[in-house]
Write a protein that binds this ligand. Structure first.
Ligand SMILES: [Zn+2]
Length: 109
């Protein structure tokens, strides 16, 4: 598999550098109406967000079929996995990074 990234995807990766796993958790908590984290399928609260204290992990889902042949674009996602039912929650890392930057700048998101 070719790991080359579309320039826009490289920008998304660079923009998300330094966004931590705790940032993603804080983002989800703030955006959740109940201010709590529950699985979208089973309602369980044991969700494991993938990453470290230094960096939330960003995964690239390659496109297999699009309107362009040999499309190398990837869909960037960060992941939270339910330990009860296995449902994988996908989050756009750039949205979390934008929220963090705005919050750090004193903005109301
Ligand atoms: Zn679940």
């Amino acid at each position: 598999m070719n790991n080359e990234l579309d320039p826009h995807m490289q920008e998304v990766v660079a923009y998300s550098a330094g966004t931590t796993t705790q940032d993603l958790i804080d983002f989800v908590l703030e955006k959740s109406p109940a201010r709590d984290i529950h699985c979208a399928v089973c309602g369980h609260s044991d969700i494991r967000f993938i990453g470290t204290d230094e960096q939330v992990f960003v995964f690239g889902m390659p496109a297999l079929l699009t309107d362009s042949p040999n499309d190398k674009r990837q869909y960037m996602v960060s992941v939270g996995e339910c330990f009860n039912c296995g449902h994988v929650h996908l989050f756009a890392p750039n949205t979390v990074s934008e929220w963090k930057r705005s919050k750090n700048a004193g903005g109301d998101v």
